[in-house]
Design a protein around this ligand. Structure first.
Ligand SMILES: [Zn+2]
Length: 307
């Protein structure tokens, strides 16, 4: 089954954002969203990590996220799992951590949100798994998760304010020659918009590597041809708020990313009606907060770089 394009439920991205803000230095070694083939054996709808089950606007929706257990750096999933359990948040279908499962919908659920033994093959001691229901009103709900102070539960560390761009760039995948995925397409589109013309085929071959190295040299970055946090930041720019009437290189970057959604707009660095309409339509299809207002702000940039 084709699994493209896909994105993660916006509500789970919000949860990720809250956990990242609370524990900015946490490990992401066992973080994940879309499933590997092991998840697919029971059919597309057997795991919320699978695409092929729920689609919105032509995009497959992943309704589960895994969060790495890293108590030394403020990401104690025993605490977060208990907070989610106590929240009884309407988005949650079930939560699994360290051999236990809770939530309103799992094999032994009885509506009490008690902890039950989890008898799946993976005991989830390295990460917490959070699944949402399959309806968009729930999985794309981006309200704050009510996981702040709860009586009797030790709180996570006091959040250190961190610029959302830093979190975003740190969360993007490190890409190198041999990779073949949608993130590579974004790199190729951004590089092309900056004058390093590349086929936007998602295939990180020697041609892409050579252009990335040339780009890195032009920016005084180490020319290793690997797209990590600094190169992503240089390619994507400052992610400013853009709207009709905006002009310049950041508009061109935006247009290039919109064209990955098949919009076919001119990449002319001039934010006119065509760009506005294309942006509004991608925002609606993607469930980006703002309801398709055609203004590119932080939610939009985050969506375009991660979905
Ligand atoms: Zn999982």
């Amino acid at each position: 089954m084709g699994c493209s394009p896909w994105r993660v439920a916006a509500g789970l991205n919000k949860l990720l954002h809250q956990i990242d803000l609370a524990a900015p230095g946490r490990s992401k070694a066992s973080d994940g969203s879309i499933g590997d083939t092991a998840h697919q054996s029971g059919g597309a709808c057997s795991s919320e990590h699978n695409c092929g089950c729920v689609m919105v606007g032509g995009v497959w929706i992943i309704r589960a996220r895994d969060f790495t257990h890293d108590p030394a750096r403020g990401a104690n999933m025993a605490v977060w799992a208990e907070r989610l359990r106590q929240s009884r948040d309407r988005r949650i279908r079930y939560v699994i951590f360290a051999g236990r499962i809770t939530g309103p919908n799992h094999k032994n659920a009885d509506g009490s949100w008690r902890w039950d033994d989890y008898d799946g093959s993976n005991d989830h001691s390295k990460h917490m798994h959070v699944s949402t229901w399959n309806d968009q009103a729930r999985f794309d709900d981006i309200s704050d998760w009510p996981i702040g102070a709860t009586p009797g539960v030790p709180g996570p560390p006091v959040p250190v304010p961190v610029d959302w761009r830093s979190i975003l760039f740190r969360s993007l995948p490190v890409l190198k020659q041999g990779d073949n995925n949608r993130s590579v397409k974004k790199v190729q589109a951004l590089a092309s918009a900056l004058g390093y013309s590349l086929a936007e085929d998602g295939n990180f071959g020697s041609g892409t590597k050579a252009k990335i190295q040339a780009f890195q040299r032009s920016r005084g970055l180490g020319a290793d041809g690997i797209v990590g946090e600094k190169t992503w930041r240089a390619l994507a720019g400052g992610l400013p708020i853009l709207r009709a009437g905006s002009k310049g290189t950041d508009v061109k970057r935006l247009q290039a990313l919109l064209n990955l959604w098949g919009k076919g707009i001119r990449e002319d660095a001039d934010f006119g009606a065509g760009t506005h309409n294309a942006l509004a339509s991608v925002q609606r299809e993607g469930g980006v907060p703002g309801g398709g207002d055609g203004v590119a702000g932080d939610d939009t940039w985050r969506f375009l770089l991660t979905a």
